[in-house]
Design a protein around this ligand. Structure first.
Ligand SMILES: [Fe+2]
Ligand SMILES: [Fe+2]
Length: 191
């Protein structure tokens, strides 16, 4: 009985720590990227699927949180503001890459979307050289030229980690399937 109580208490502490960490990470995201999170175009990415049933919006937020967690865990000194903003905008390509209309793009999506994301982000935000490097190089080694700053290396690693979890189904979105999202998009087009 005592052993069971200890296990329950340990689990409670673990969850408490997890939610505390998530709250802290979310606070930092709001602090450094609040304008991006609240923007109309960034919220449009809730309509696009990244992997599985994970939306691009949710994926970018996860990559930003994961990047902060990596830099903290490994004690890598970096500019947190640029890290967060670059991570939030790293997949700012603003189209559904599974859509048949983007089939041409889809085939080479991995190669071209960092450039498209950078172009879109540059139109709306004044990007620093580090933020540009994060967006442009996050698909390395596909981009051939490696990242030039720590922040870009961290986001590249975080993006790969999050994408892997999403692809193998270990990290799922908010339950909306791609079929449901497609239906919503089609309904919107008809109106
Ligand atoms: Fe990407
Ligand atoms: Fe990504």
């Amino acid at each position: 009985m005592k052993g069971r109580k200890q296990t329950v208490e340990k689990r409670r502490q673990k969850y408490k720590k997890f939610f505390y960490n998530q709250r802290e990470l979310h606070k930092l995201l709001k602090q450094y990227g609040g304008d991006i999170l609240d923007s109309e175009n960034f919220n449009k990415t809730k309509e696009y699927i990244q992997h599985g049933n994970m939306t691009v919006n949710h994926h970018c937020i996860d990559v930003a949180k994961c990047s902060l967690a990596i830099s903290r865990k490994l004690r890598i000194p970096c500019n947190r503001k640029e890290l967060v903003r670059g991570a939030l905008l790293h997949d700012y390509f603003l189209y559904d890459w599974h859509d048949k209309y983007h089939r041409d793009v889809k085939n080479l999506h991995g190669f071209y979307h960092p450039g498209i994301a950078l172009r879109n982000a540059s139109k709306e935000y004044k990007l620093t050289p580090r933020e540009k490097d994060i967006i442009k190089k996050h698909m390395w080694p596909l981009t051939v030229v490696p990242p030039q700053c720590r922040e870009a290396w961290i986001v590249t690693a975080a993006d790969k980690y999050c994408s892997l979890l999403e692809t193998v189904g270990l990290h799922k979105g908010h339950g909306r399937s791609m079929g449901e999202l497609r239906k919503r998009q089609r309904a919107k087009v008809q109106y």
